[in-house]
Structures are given as C-alpha cells and as structure tokens.
Design a protein around this ligand. Structure first.
Ligand code: ATP
Ligand code: MG
Length: 277
C-alpha cells in the first residue's frame, strides 16, 4: 500500500510524538515555574531535558507523572488529549518515571522492590516464583549482568546497580515511555557507562526515553534530541546532531537560541524570546 510505503521511508522525526505537552503552565502560589512549555518525546528516541538548577525540569516531569496538576495547556499521549490526575493514570498510559531519589526500599530485595505495590498473587498468597521469573527476565532483557542475585537486599547494591533496578522496575510494566531524572548524577565512570548503555538500549527496544541530565557529554552521547529549559521556558528543542556543546551551554545559561534550528512545531515556540527581555 502506498500509505505504508510512505510511512516506512518517513524519518523518525516526522513521526508523531508519543508524548507531547503544549503550552503547559504551572505555578506554585505566586511562583510561575513553567511557562507555555512544549515537550515532545518519540518512540525509539532519547530526548534529553536540560536546564540549570531550578529551571523547572523536575516540576515538568512531575506534571507528566500526575504528581502536580498542570494549570493550563495540553497533554497529548499517542496524539490524543489525555487527563492525568495522578501517578496511576500515568502508569495506565505506560508512563514510568524514575525519580532522582529512586524511591527504592533498602530493606527489601530486588524482586520485592520491583513489584512493590503491584505484587502478583496466586489466590491469597504472593506468587513469588512468577515475580522472580519476571524480575529475572526483565533484567536479562536489559542485559543487566552485574546483579548477583535478585534476592539481594537493595541496601547492598552499588549506586549504579540501584539505578539499574529502578530502571528495570520502570520497564517491567509494559511501559511505553520511561523518564529518568538525573540517573547518573551520583555515579562513577564505569557505572555511568552502564546506565547510559541501558538508556540507549531502552530506546533501541522502541521505548520513548526522556533523560534529565546536567552532564552534556552524556547528553551528546545518548540523546537524539535535546530540549533546553531556561527559567521555566523552552529555549529550544533541537536535534542533537544539529547543535554544538557551546550552543547547548548558551541555551542553558542564557536561553538564547541564535543560529539554532528549533524543531518545535510552528506556533508552539512561545519561549523563543527568553533571555532577550
Ligand atoms: N512544590 C513546590 N512548591 C513551590 N515551589 C516549587 C515546588 N517545586 C519546585 N518549586 C520551584 O520551582 C522551580 C523549579 O524547580 P525544579 O525542581 O523543577 O527545578 P530543576 O530544573 O529540576 O532543578 P535541579 O536541576 O536543581 O534539579 C524552583 O524555583 C523551585 O523552587
Ligand atoms: Mg530537578
């Protein structure tokens, strides 16, 4: 069919975003934290969300995750407007967020952490063997080999292994988009390597990944696209291959997007003028 043939040759950039926020605003009292924010995340791609401390990155993903309600704007998933009232609504859509503090329980083992609050039961008893199998399969599917036993308490894991468990927990639930808030911030070189490889693999398996990071080397290594927030506004949304480190630093620190090819759809680039006011 002609339509299919056209779809097949269409570059991923032309595909519709899996998740799209349009003109989203969020205030806490008198503090206007997000201003007309646009964000798009595509299946099979890593979208990096960058910005200085306090730019609004964590607030934005908490809005996506249903922790904070948005004040105004559109939230689209799979091209359709959706309302996300809480983390459960986000999970139902297939949105999983790995927050910076990870929210893992030290006194529980890997399997217990991965199924916390969503335990599988067989009648009235916990179905330990199926949970073990699913946990092991998920870790194996992500090619995670550094964890010795899935019955190991999380307290005994290294930072990188903990991050891996948190990510595996997120992908266990038929997730379609995984959002990671600074997954490598506390990690050494080798562990950062593992987590970045894992991030890339998630996208290669067809998930949409949003990666918040302050480390531009990491961003340039794994991200297909970069969204830069500056004081709660999007300074630009760009293809990684179309920008230099210097330009991204400029976007983050001044909000200026001179010479940068903004990939936002026409009419959503409300934040273009930031930094010039
Ligand atoms: N619950 C809240 N109540 C009031 N203000 C908040 C709340 N959460 C965040 N803010 C404010 O919103 C702004 C953006 O914060 P946010 O945590 O989203 O920044 P960030 O980009 O994630 O920064 P960092 O890189 O330091 O993690 C900050 O000025 C912060 O003080
Ligand atoms: Mg943050």
């Amino acid at each position: 069919m002609t339509e299919t043939a056209t779809d097949a040759v269409r570059p991923p950039e032309a595909a519709a975003p899996l998740l799209e926020l349009r003109a989203v605003n969020k205030s806490f009292g008198a503090v206007h934290v997000l201003r007309d924010v646009h964000l798009a995340a595509y299946a099979g791609q890593v979208t990096a969300l960058v910005g200085d401390n306090g730019a609004g990155k964590s607030t934005l993903i908490k809005c996506i995750g249903g922790i904070h309600p948005i004040d105004s704007g559109e939230y689209l998933f799979d091209g359709k407007p959706v309302t996300v009232h809480g983390p459960r609504d986000a999970s139902h859509l297939g949105i999983e967020i790995v927050y910076q503090d990870l929210a893992l329980c030290d006194n529980l083992d890997i399997v217990q952490n991965m199924f916390l609050g969503r335990e599988r039961t067989n009648g009235i008893v916990l179905d330990e063997s199926s949970m073990e199998r699913m946990a092991a399969d998920t870790l194996a599917g992500l090619k995670v080999r550094t964890v010795k036993s899935i019955r190991q308490h999380v307290a005994s894991l290294s930072g990188g292994q903990r991050q891996t468990v948190a990510i595996a927990k997120a992908v266990l639930w038929n997730s379609r988009i995984v959002i990671l808030d600074e997954p490598t911030a506390a990690l050494g070189v080798a562990q950062t390597r593992q987590v970045l490889d894992l991030v890339r693999r998630l996208a290669d398996q067809g998930l949409a990944v949003v990666l918040i990071s302050h480390n531009l080397n990491d961003v340039f290594e794994v991200a297909d696209r970069i969204s830069a927030l500056y004081l709660g506004q999007v300074a630009a949304e760009v293809e990684t291959s179309a920008v230099t480190h210097g330009q991204v630093v400029e976007l983050i620190t001044t909000g200026r997007s001179d010479g940068v090819a903004d990939a936002r759809p026409t009419g959503t680039e409300v934040g273009t003028e930031v930094g010039t006011a």
